[in-house]
Design a protein around this ligand. Structure first.
Ligand SMILES: Nc1nc2c(ncn2[C@@H]2O[C@H](COP(=O)(O)OP(=O)(O)OP(=O)(O)O)[C@@H](O)[C@H]2O)c(=O)[nH]1
Length: 941
């Protein structure tokens, strides 16, 4: 289990990391920052030391929360009580009013029964004023109405204040409108006439009464409704005692309608007098009730309006009080949320190996890898021209659409006083998997075999595979899919098939940490060799335990103990000697000790307690990928988490697709691949690269988006590598006469590309730079030729053939396509090409030497040396060195070469000759004149 970090512990305590860090320091426990890991022992110590404090804090927090909750509940109860009190008060007020009215009415009209007397009361026009008569009517109706609606009102009380006010307004307006219309045409008449029904006398009083607007509306409405009710009643009666009809009945009385209408206005007075006829009591009561209902409603509503207003104010006051109270708590909760968010981000940053400060600092601007000048400027909110200018001042010519190298992004941001963080595409789409402990199930170990050349890695893997097959299903044939699975006593062990630390490290370099155990093969007759040491270093760098297989113990000179001793020097110490490494003696050739080795691997795996969640969405890494002629792109993946199934949508590096089929290492189609299972995926749209992460997506849309985004970034990067040369670069390259050897590499499997890339990287590139401008799995196509032609590149095809079109195109474009079947031939050829591009060597080839035996003075010519050619052959055209006492004192050319009096072209060894050196007259007897030629020789390295 990994060590706990300060941050995580702080989280557990519900404490700020800084606070905890201070306390840790007090306890004298080493921890630098919130990301510092703590040993289990220290964690225990801290837990113990802080237990009382943390407990108290937690309790304090609880009581605070409880107090807050209680206060909230109390406020709510107070609000309800207040509301209830208001309601009661309003009801009582209403009741009191009613009683008062009733009492007042009781004096003039005792009216014991409500129904019958109503009719008897109405025709008795005893009321002295219109107002009191109206009030009585209202009160009577209200009594019935109020009781009927008491319940409904109580329920409706909770309805929103605004809605009610609006409703009331609408009622009042509707009434006002209606009255307004009618009052101009008819109300005046009605109002004048209405009092005639109960008492004709007080008409003028009513007309001059100063009602408030609502009551006057109510009154006029009352009159109108009564009049209408009368009319209807009369029509229904059809007795037409006074030859009176009504307008609604006109349709039935065609013949009389005109007459009635004509007389309508005049007869209305009479009709009103028959309003209380006993033969229509029901209709009368009904109509009257429905009319008066409105007044009752109006009155109730007017009161309610007032009450609601009070209630609303009270509610607002309570709400304001409780919101003030809740403010602090809300802020606290918000702060807590923010702190949690920050801690989560910090944890994620640490998991991704990013400085948490960069993630948490709000002023840090995040830009994607391969950001263009335009995008960068936009992210910083500055004009692109500003960025371009700054780049130019740094000697970098960029356009808005060009991508900026990372160092330039940082430099320019720094120049502008801004902080940026470059987000890699992986990080952009990164998912942090968090599996809870109970979801984790044991999983098989994944093993890689490493060791020095010829120590028997391949033989050992073969031996293991055959033994594994023998142990499992009889007759099962292991397919080569990049990884194999062996069955050891019913337990699975997965082997990565590509042995050697290059493949292991290449995968690691791409972030693919797939190996749990390294089997280090050391030949017992050879001992520790350079690549053995390299393998140890690589395994240690990856933090993977090493199981040593001391191989070739069958050989006569085998000395397994010497191997053990030698390995001790490199920190690989056998368990039997008190170290932590398990050693097994094996013979891959004789298949001895293989079972022992497999059991030891399982033992080592048990120590590691390897676990994974098999019930999650699958993810893992691509181990190998190729383009199969019949099956299309095929990728062998190692599932690390979850279960991969046919039909899953997968993204692997830049490719994506729906899994058409899964093939296990035995060549069988399988329905599921669990953690540590290697499996071939069929159905991807293109060939991914070994080391690519694969991940299942729920939505094909998302998978496509991620893959396309990666493709685009890769293309941009490729273009960047090809197209962009900084000014500095350009100048230095011109000055140095640096040459580029551009290559387009096509191969059958990704592994070959990686091997070639690796081999090229190891070549001396100080004078000739090898650029792989494009590398992909698949045959040589016309596009490859076009690319090669455009970039002056050579095409290297490994185990692939060019298409007919590509061949023609290559002839036309004069592009060199080189095809290989053996990898080292390709490497040798490239090396030769590279060497062929080296500047030739300038050498001085000696021709002959002559000893000066005499010096003659010749007028007009100067001194002539009389020489004897001791070696080789001197030519007239040779360059010469004059050497005295083994020191070159002059270098130049000959001005004359003579034998006797004749000028000659050459003089051979053993002959005498006269020599004049151009520009040098001081030759002495005993000097040596050495002839040489300058030649250019093609370099071999
Ligand atoms: N006597 C004997 N020979 C072995 C044993 N294991 C491997 N060899 C021989 O050693 C040679 C190299 O074996 P490989 O398995 O090819 O070794 P390697 O480490 O895979 O070699 P590279 O792939 O070149 O790195 C072969 O000739 C094997 O037959 C063994 O246990 N005993």
């Amino acid at each position: 289990m990994p060590n706990m970090r300060v941050l995580e512990l702080a989280k557990e305590f519900g404490m700020d990391s800084k606070e905890l860090l201070a306390k840790i320091h007090d306890l004298k426990i080493p921890a630098k920052s919130h990301a510092s890991p703590l040993t289990e022992e220290n964690v225990e110590k801290i837990r113990k030391a802080l237990a009382p404090e943390v407990g108290a804090a937690a309790a304090g927090l609880d009581s605070k929360e409880a107090a807050a909750l209680k206060a909230e509940q109390e406020a709510e109860a107070a609000r309800k009580a207040e509301e209830e009190a208001e309601r009661r008060k309003a009801m009582e007020h209403e009741r009191a009013m009613r009683d008062a009215e009733r009492a007042a009415r009781g004096v003039s009209t005792p009216a014991p029964a409500p129904e019958e007397p109503a009719h008897t009361v109405k025709p008795a026009p005893k009321v002295s004023s219109g107002l009191s008569s109206l009030a009585q009517q209202i009160e009577e109706q209200r009594q019935a109405e109020a009781e009927r609606k008491a319940k409904r009102e109580a329920e409706a009380r909770a309805a929103k204040l605004s809605a009610e006010v609006a409703k009331k307004k609408a009622v009042a307006e509707a009434l006002a409108n209606r009255n307004g219309k009618k009052s101009s045409a008819k109300t005046e008449e009605t109002v004048q006439r209405a009092p005639k029904k109960p008492a004709p006398a007080p008409t003028p009083t009513r007309r001059t009464s100063a009602f408030n607007s609502l009551l006057s509306q109510i009154e006029s409405e009352n009159a109108r409704i009564n009049a209408e009710a009368e009319e209807r009643k009369a029509a229904k009666k059809n007795s037409n005692r006074n030859a009176g009809g009504n307008r609604p009945a006109a349709a039935h009385n065609d013949g009389k309608a005109g007459v009635q209408d004509n007389r309508g206005g005049k007869k209305r007075g009479k009709r009103n007098e028959h309003r209380f006829e006993p033969d229509v009591p029901e209709l009368n009561a009904q109509e009257a009730a429905s009319g008066e209902d409105r007044y009752a409603q109006m009155a109730v509503q007017a009161e309610k309006l007032q009450r609601d207003k009070v209630l609303a104010e009270a509610r607002a006051a309570v709400a304001a009080a409780s919101s003030n109270e809740g403010e602090g708590r809300r802020r606290k909760r918000k702060e807590k949320r923010e702190a949690e968010q920050r801690e989560r981000l910090a944890m994620e940053a640490i998991e991704h190996g990013i400085d948490p400060d960069l993630v948490l600092d709000d002023s840090v601007v995040e830009v994607g890898e391969g950001v263009t000048v335009g995008e960068f400027a936009e992210a910083l909110g500055v004009p692109s021209s500003d960025v371009i200018k700054r780049l130019f001042m740094l000697g970098q010519a960029f356009t808005v659409t060009q991508t900026m190298p990372e160092e330039m992004v940082e430099l320019i941001a720094d120049d502008m006083g801004r902080k940026v963080r470059i987000v890699s595409p992986e990080e952009e789409y990164a998912i942090v998997y968090n599996d809870s402990e109970e979801d984790l199930k044991p999983r098989p170990p994944v093993v890689t075999v490493m060791g020095h050349v010829d120590h028997g890695k391949t033989s050992l893997l073969d031996a293991i595979r055959s033994s594994g097959v023998a142990l499992s299903e009889a007759g099962g044939i292991t397919q080569h899919i990049g990884a194999s699975v062996v069955n050891v006593q019913g337990r699975q062990v997965t082997f990565i098939d590509t042995p050697g630390h290059e493949a292991f490290t290449a995968m690691r370099a791409r972030g693919a940490e797939v190996t749990d155990v390294v089997v280090l093969v050391v030949a017992a007759d050879d001992g520790v060799m350079p690549q053995t040491v390299e393998a140890i270093n690589h395994a240690e760098a990856a933090g993977v335990p090493i199981v040593v297989a001391v191989n070739k113990i069958d050989k006569p000179g085998a000395n397994p103990d010497r191997v053990r001793q030698e390995l001790v020097e490199y920190g690989v110490i056998p368990e039997e000697w008190g170290g932590s490494n398990m050693f097994v003696n094996v013979s891959a050739k004789k298949k001895e000790g293989i079972d022992d080795l497999l059991e030891t691997i399982l033992l080592q795996a048990d120590v590691l307690e390897l676990k994974a969640n098999p019930d999650a969405i699958a993810s893992g890494f691509v181990i190998e990928a190729n383009l199969d002629r019949g099956r299309g792109p095929v990728a062998t993946v190692l599932v690390q988490r979850g279960t991969l199934k046919p039909g899953d949508v997968v993204v692997a590096g830049q490719s994506y697709g729906r899994v058409r089929a899964l093939v296990d290492p035995r060549g069988n189609h399988t329905k599921a691949a669990k953690p540590s299972d290697p499996v071939e995926i069929l159905g991807l749209g293109s060939v991914p690269t070994a080391g690519d992460e694969f991940r299942v997506f729920e939505e094909e849309r998302d998978a496509r988006k991620l893959a396309e985004e990666r493709q685009m970034r890769a293309r941009l990067k490729e273009q960047e590598a090809r197209g962009h040369v900084s000014l500095d670069d350009l100048f230095s390259r011109i000055e140095e006469g640096m040459a580029d050897l551009n290559l387009v590499v096509k191969a059958d499997v990704q592994g070959s590309i990686e091997a070639l890339r690796d081999a090229f990287a190891k070549m001396d590139q100080s004078e000739v730079r090898i650029n792989i401008i494009h590398a992909a799995v698949g045959g040589v196509t016309e596009t490859d030729v076009t690319l090669a032609a455009a970039s002056d590149a050579i095409i290297i095809g490994f185990n692939v053939r060019p298409t007919a079109g590509a061949r023609k195109s290559a002839e036309r474009e004069k592009v060199d396509i080189r095809l290989y079947r053996v990898i080292y031939q390709a490497i040798e050829d490239i090396n030769a090409a590279r060497v062929g591009m080296l500047a030739p060597e300038i050498i001085e080839r000696d021709t002959g030497s002559a000893e000066v035996r005499d010096v003659f003075r010749v007028p007009k010519v100067g001194n002539v040396a009389g020489c004897y050619v001791t070696e080789g052959e001197l030519s007239r055209d040779d360059r010469v060195r004059v050497v005295r006492n083994q020191t070159i004192i002059f270098e130049g050319t000959l001005s004359s070469l003579r034998r006797f009096k004749d000028d000659v072209k050459t003089v051979k060894q053993g002959y005498e000759c006269g020599i004049s050196v151009d520009g040098y007259n001081d030759v002495k007897v005993g000097d040596m004149i050495e002839g040489y030629r300058i030649e250019q020789v093609a370099r071999t390295e």
